[in-house]
Design a binder for this molecule. Structure first.
Ligand SMILES: [Zn+2]
Ligand SMILES: [Zn+2]
Length: 310
């Protein structure tokens, strides 16, 4: 069931980049509690975290990039708007980058592979930084004409793409306004802005970037893929199902990434609800025959029940 041990370097990198900043943030909570942080801030932070995060995972990623389902116009617009409010860039550029990632995963041309500089400890440390956020500072832009012509031809989406600066203002100000109105105080607006705008955006950024960095370095690899993608369970909830990244690379157009039993995937559950509501159709649920062919030796399929049903 195991695919080798983590090297000391890998183990160290995980602790350094993924765990330590989170622990520092968690440690600041009791200090701030009662004067600079309260239930309203936490509620707003969680609400905006999941609203914008699901806009990215369901919208930008599974729907716009990979076409895992068809959406009616209202859902399509809502997904583009909420995903834009995650401040990860306008929708068309995001999709073009991510399609390029799948086209060249962990090879020359991949915008963010941790393996870009080699496999020595120093090269991997450099690669981790590059895949996590260093690539965002690259000046090269993915050619949207080549990688996202479908979105460039969609007037609704082009309009939302251009509204990105405005949506950035909205996503930063809305929590502050709500915090002020709910607590009827300026201080409530300030603390909501800090936790539900700044901290929330930063946290979601790091979780999304971790899918690019950590999930191409460490974890289980039950499925054969041409790249180094891996399933990293500790991020399943925070990433809303996106850290089942090996399964995703094995079956990129699948609507559910946590395909095996016990693998939490909040995004897939929401898509299921959208399907029930009639807003999403032609959903590409995991199929045992499609996935079974890609299984690595020594791994069993053990698909979750809802997956086998579909
Ligand atoms: Zn990937
Ligand atoms: Zn993808």
């Amino acid at each position: 069931m195991l695919s080798g041990e983590q090297s000391n370097t890998e183990n160290f990198l995980v602790k350094l980049f993924a765990v330590v900043p989170l622990l520092a943030l968690a440690a600041s909570v009791p200090f701030a509690w009662g004067w600079g942080l309260g239930w309203v801030d936490l509620g707003l932070a969680a609400g905006f975290y999941f609203l914008t995060g699901l806009g990215v995972t369901i919208g930008f990623h599974r729907y716009f990039t990979h076409g895992a389902f068809k959406a009616n116009r209202g859902l399509r617009i809502a997904l583009a708007v909420t995903g834009s409010m995650a401040m990860q860039g306008p929708v068309i550029g995001w999709v073009a980058d991510h399609r390029r990632h799948h086209a060249f995963a962990d090879r020359e041309g991949d915008p963010h592979s941790p393996w870009r500089f080699g496999t020595s400890p120093a090269a991997l440390a450099r690669g981790f930084w590059h895949a996590h956020m260093g690539w965002l500072f690259d000046r090269e832009k993915t050619n949207a004409q080549r990688f996202a012509p479908d979105l460039l031809a969609d007037r609704d989406i082009v309009r939302i793409d251009r509204l990105f600066p405005l949506l950035t203002v909205v996503t930063l100000l809305a929590p502050a306004v709500l915090g002020g109105v709910i607590t009827l105080s300026w201080w409530g607006a300030v603390t909501a802005f800090f936790w539900a705008s700044l901290v929330r955006v930063a946290l979601l950024h790091h979780v999304t970037w971790s899918v690019n960095s950590l999930c191409h370095l460490i974890g289980d690899r039950p499925f054969a893929a041409r790249d180094k993608s891996a399933n990293f369970w500790p991020l399943a909830i925070a990433s809303m199902g996106e850290s089942w990244h090996n399964s995703h690379h094995a079956d990129p157009t699948g609507a559910r990434h946590g395909v095996r039993r016990g693998q939490l995937d909040i995004s897939a559950r929401l898509i299921w609800l959208f399907e029930k509501a009639g807003w999403a159709t032609d959903v590409r649920w995991p199929k045992a025959d499609r996935l079974g062919r890609k299984l690595n030796p020594g791994h069993s399929l053990s698909l979750r029940r809802s997956a086998r049903r579909a």
